[in-house]
Design a protein around this ligand. Structure first.
Ligand code: PGA
Length: 222
């Protein structure tokens, strides 16, 4: 792993048209040049290739991630996106987000398959857990602790609890642990303070507005 810390990952979920996304990228891309940590952006699938081109052309300091990938390899799976199809443009993939577990009934078996496919394609899975009791598939190096009550609610978990979960999670191996759930410019430092949490995952609450998201980047390094 050669990531610099903190790691800040934007999960844009199923938001933004292409015009809005490309404006967002211009603004955040410029700010990325001043950011000393690792910035990961996870937009919707249709935008990945064009964003990848833009990042290369403009030398934005952004790594690209997908918000999911298929449990299947390439084949007759209409609507799916296989890991090997995005391997050239994505360094990361969020896997097991609670919205996918809930809305798409993703089970531990399915998630293990997705992790294995990502790893085979040399994509780093960012595996989401909702508590320190959730099983983490073999070989995962990046874990995001995202308690459901904190996602999109403006009601983040307490720094003490997040630190405790990070500490417990790290007893399972050499893991990089992110926290996600209502992360804001005001609270980000409280999560990074002890050096137990390596970064954050920022969802729709504070990533969609590029200025709010840049405020998070700035606050993380202030
Ligand atoms: P939020 O979402 O930042 O809007 O709470 C976090 C996430 O879903 O990853």
């Amino acid at each position: 792993m050669n990531e610099t810390f903190p790691i800040i990952c934007a999960n844009l979920k199923a938001h933004k048209t292409w015009d809005q996304m490309s404006d967002w990228l211009k603004t955040v891309g410029q700010a990325s040049r001043q950011f000393k940590g690792t910035l990961i952006v996870c937009p919707s699938y249709p935008y990945l290739a064009a964003i990848h081109q833009q990042i290369t052309k403009e030398n934005y300091q952004i790594k690209l991630g997908s918000q999911d990938l298929s449990q299947f390899e390439q084949g007759a799976y209409t609507g799916e996106v296989a890991a090997s199809q995005i391997a050239d443009i994505c360094s990361f993939a969020i896997i097991g987000h609670s919205e996918r577990r809930q809305n798409f009934k993703e089970t531990a078996n399915v998630l293990s398959q997705k992790v294995a496919n990502a790893q085979k394609a040399l994509i780093q899975p960012i595996f989401c857990i909702q508590s320190s009791n959730d099983p983490i598939p073999q070989g995962v190096q990046f874990v995001a602790y995202e308690p459901v009550f904190a996602i999109g609610t403006g009601n983040p978990d307490t720094p003490d609890n997040v630190h405790q979960v990070a500490q417990t999670t790290k007893t399972h191996g050499q893991l990089t642990v992110l926290y996600g759930g209502s992360v804001s410019p005001e609270n980000i430092k409280s999560y990074l303070a002890k050096g137990l949490v390596d970064g954050v995952l920022v969802g729709a609450t504070n990533s969609l507005d590029p200025q709010k998201f840049i405020a998070i980047l700035n606050s993380a390094q202030s």
